[in-house]
Design a protein. Structure first.
Lengths: 134, 343, 383
């Protein structure tokens, strides 16, 4: 995110971000997050429907950000990870409520609602899902 | 019959001990701990705020209630630390729990009784036949001036209640409120920390309203102290609720399960609601709970709540308040200062 | 296919407090034109690789800026593919000649990154990743490659020491390269103990923030001897794409785009990886070089670390990698890197690489990647 958080850019994805809403292709059975308007596997043969994904999964890989981009400097160090949801799709987010021993490939995690970014003193607050060890 | 269909709490994991704060200000930790009857308080993580706490509590309440979130017709979030001065927390909660767009919502402010006020509001909408289920939340990430007495207790946490007529786990038998223009504790617009009237916050404020609301409720419902198995009063510290109980000749044992303040501090709009949740976590069917909140400025909402048979099965579904209390990590004053700035 | 390189020009890479983008681009461009012994008016088109002048210096429309400064009114095209911008610009220049549309083309790459504070630069560079699904959550480029490194260590036992050897080797090569940002040698211990940026990558595992420009002159193969006795030919060009977000890839330890681009380039050149004498690969982070050597076929998947233990990729090894010093030591002015890589191979094949010269250099390869692997471009060069 840059210095200014675009309101429409954030608003458009609120439902997807807050509720972990993805799409399932009824033709090939693949689930996607974020939701897709075109199935990359079936392309024009694909038939996509909205689904709500389960909030648990496991860590596939991780790192700890110590040198942050604009707006995230007060939070360092914070872990980031690629998580594979139990329902299938993979996504990237931060890990919260963590100890050293939680940062392991395979560690089980669940989604929780947190602030992602605050646009200074006057701008809007971006919320979303991060993941905590379970 | 109208009552609680599901409830859920959320308490952030970080804690800071009274000794840790006292060491920075050269204060007498021992005297403070015994004077306040508080050991430590909860501290929100840098990415937590009233909205995130409200959402987590609401999701837990939904898990217990087992209803389709789209059936929720009203959402009220009571707090004195809403993330925005203008832009409701309640719609953020609505979006996060997936209740669609067909609901009414508003944010409430009445110091620490904003959450219970919300319960009364949804009760009215349900009883009037306007909605099927209503969600009322009390949550706060309380701020206090560094070095002020409030610093030892101003904490973070919240609880959510889904109210309705179907699938009730605890009936709300009745409610009674008192309100008056009593400026015991306040915060002016644009000012960062609240101010208070010192000892004035006691007898003319907290005790006057808690006691009169409780008496008023008991009189209205023709109930006596002995009709209640548990009692929850708003907890600005661990002493005031016990003193109020003494004034009302209530056995102090009845307050024990709800006295969460000792381990998590004063969660403001979340206080009496978390105390109630903690009590509901252990109450048996048929037992009766008295809850009286207190909000500075000032007022009290009192409720008589009777547990039903449905509670034992349904409350298995979410994390217990005691589990939140026990899931903790201590921080130093330096770390606490960094976290308090928020993002 | 066959396209000739008849001229090269490069600025010193580093923090250019006194120069802005246009000055750097013109310096590289005029050097290349003079090296080719052509006149500006001989050029048919300009292809300029530049990732993010808009965010770094508030300037878009940069190809027109450069052609204007050169006093030319020819077609000028800015090419963007994140860190692969330079490599893609080269490919576009090649294709325009093969199409018959152009005879002589100026391919350039330039980036001016140091006018912003570090956190703003870090944010701008994340434009190469998925804005909504990676950058939104506070990811940085080092953290993306750190996640690749973590997975590579988990799946293949690659160690931090092996990654550190990439930095040590490339700094050694860079100390022999006058254009390099860093001329100092470093040790494995210095790499391991430098400030952690995104675990397990330290500051010395990461390529720096750099200003710089590089340019080459391409011409139709049949015309090459008219301009130079020592042409170098590009005989293979491959490019491939993959998902923007790292989490959407088929594998977290292989850049499929590199594999595909290399396959196309090798086929076009009529060679296999065993014919390659040296390569400039995309070492934006030390782990990236290890993964690249695997994906290009220099070793089996998972054995990239071993190559470093064996010293196989050093200047006197069996397959020298990043003789220039790589992105690590030369610096990484994003849009310029792909072109600088090509220049190093050209210098080597001409025999003009001075202290870095590899003996019997006949076939060289460049490998340029965009973002965390969403774009890869591979070129094969021959004498």
């Amino acid at each position: 995110m840059g210095h200014e958080s675009s309101v429409p850019l954030f608003w458009r994805l609120i439902k997807t971000r807050y509720q972990l809403i993805g799409t399932k292709c009824m033709t090939c059975g693949n689930k996607f997050y974020p939701p897709k308007s075109l199935c990359p596997v079936c392309r024009k043969e694909g038939k996509l429907e909205e689904i709500k994904l389960g909030k648990t999964g496991k860590i596939l890989t991780f790192s700890i950000v110590r040198s942050a981009p604009t707006g995230f400097d007060k939070e360092t160090p914070y872990p980031v990870a690629i998580i594979e949801l139990d329902d299938g799709p993979r996504l990237t987010s931060q890990i919260v409520d963590w100890k050293e021993e939680d940062l392991k490939i395979g560690r089980r995690v669940e989604a929780c609602f947190r602030r992602i970014y605050t646009d200074g003193e006057e701008g809007i607050i971006n919320y979303g899902l991060k993941f905590r060890p379970i | 019959m109208i009552g609680i269909v599901g409830y859920g709490g959320y308490i952030p994991r970080f804690r800071i001990k009274v000794e840790e704060i006292a060491s920075v200000w050269n204060a007498d930790a021992k005297a403070l701990k015994s004077g306040l009857n508080v050991e430590e308080k909860s501290v929100p993580s840098i990415d937590e705020d009233t909205a995130t706490i409200a959402v987590e509590a609401a999701l837990n309440a939904l898990k217990m209630a087992g209803i389709d979130p789209k059936e929720i017709g009203a959402i009220y979030v009571g707090s004195e630390s809403h993330p925005y001065a203008v832009k409701p927390t309640s719609t953020i909660v609505g979006e996060a729990i997936g209740c669609g767009t067909e609901f009414t919502a508003a944010d409430i402010e009445f110091a620490c009784k904003a959450g219970t006020a919300g319960i009364q509001m949804v009760m009215g909408l349900i009883q009037g036949g306007y909605i099927k289920f209503g969600l009322a939340i009390g949550a706060d990430t309380a701020q206090s001036k560094p070095g002020d007495a409030l610093e030892y207790t101003a904490a973070a946490g919240g609880a959510a209640y889904i109210i309705g007529k179907n699938g009730i786990i605890a009936e709300i038998e009745g409610t009674f409120s008192v309100s008056s223009d009593t400026p015991d504790f306040w915060r002016r617009e644009g000012i960062e920390y609240p101010s208070h009237g010192g000892r004035f916050t006691g007898i003319p404020a907290y005790f006057k309203h808690v006691v009169s609301a409780t008496k008023g409720l008991m009189s209205k419902l023709s109930l006596k102290e002995s009709d209640f198995d548990y009692v929850v009063f708003h907890m600005p510290n661990g002493k005031f609720p016990l003193n109020a109980a003494k004034m009302l000749n209530i056995d102090l044992e009845k307050l024990k399960p709800g006295l969460v303040v000792q381990k998590i501090g004063n969660t403001y709009s979340g206080s009496s609601l978390l105390g109630l949740a903690s009590t509901l976590d252990i109450a048996k069917p048929g037992q009766r709970i008295l809850v009286t909140s207190y909000g500075s400025g000032a007022g009290s909402d009192s409720f008589s709540i009777k547990v039903t048979d449905l509670i034992e099965e349904k409350r298995q579904k979410t994390k217990k308040i005691q589990d939140f209390i026990d899931d903790k990590e201590y921080v130093t004053y330096a770390h606490y200062t960094r976290l308090r700035r928020g993002i | 296919m066959k396209v000739a390189v008849i001229g090269v020009g490069i600025t010193k890479f580093g923090e250019h407090w006194d120069n802005n983008l246009r000055e750097l681009a013109i310096e590289a461009g005029t050097k290349a034109i003079m090296d080719a012994k052509i006149r500006g008016s001989d050029i048919d088109s300009i292809y300029l690789g530049n990732m993010s002048a808009g965010r770094f210096i508030g300037q878009e429309h940069v190809a027109a800026l450069v052609s204007g400064e050169l006093g030319l009114s020819i077609p000028a095209i800015r090419v963007e593919g994140a860190c692969a911008s330079g490599g893609i610009a080269l490919r576009e220049g090649i294709l325009s000649i093969l199409s018959g549309q152009n005879d002589i083309v100026l391919v350039g790459g330039a980036e001016k990154m140091t006018d912003l504070m570090t956190d703003s630069t870090t944010t701008a560079l994340m434009g190469a990743a998925d804005q909504e699904w990676e950058a939104y959550y506070g990811l940085t480029f080092p953290s993306l490659y750190a996640m690749i490194a973590r997975r590579h260590m988990f799946e293949f036992g690659t160690t931090r020491e092996q990654m550190a050897k990439v930095a040590v080797k490339n700094h050694h090569n860079g100390s022999l390269n006058p254009a390099a940002q860093f001329n100092k040698e470093i040790t494995i211990d210095e790499v391991l103990n430098s400030t952690m940026v995104a675990d397990p990558l330290t500051l010395l595992d990461c390529s720096p923030i750099t200003d710089g420009a590089a340019a080459l002159i391409l011409c139709k193969a049949e015309l090459a001897k008219k301009y130079t006795d020592n042409p170098v030919y590009i005989i293979g060009s491959g490019q491939a794409s993959d998902t923007l977000a790292l989490h959407d890839r088929r594998s977290l330890t292989t850049l499929d785009a590199t594999v595909k681009a290399a396959q196309v380039a090798y086929k076009q050149a009529g060679i296999t990886v065993n014919d390659v004498d040296m390569a400039e690969v995309h070492d934006c982070f030390t782990i990236a070089e290890i993964v690249a050597t695997e994906d290009l076929g220099f070793c089996k998947k998972g054995e990239g670390g071993k190559l470093l233990d064996e010293g196989a990729t050093e200047l006197n090894g069996r397959i020298p990698i990043n003789t220039s010093g790589g992105l690590k030591a030369v610096g990484h002015p994003v849009g310029a890197t792909g072109v600088k890589q090509a220049i190093e191979i050209v210098l080597q094949l001409r025999g003009e690489a001075e202290k870095r010269q590899i003996k019997d250099a006949n076939i060289g390869l460049t490998h340029n990647v965009g973002g965390s692997g969403a774009t890869a471009v591979v070129h094969v060069f021959s004498r």
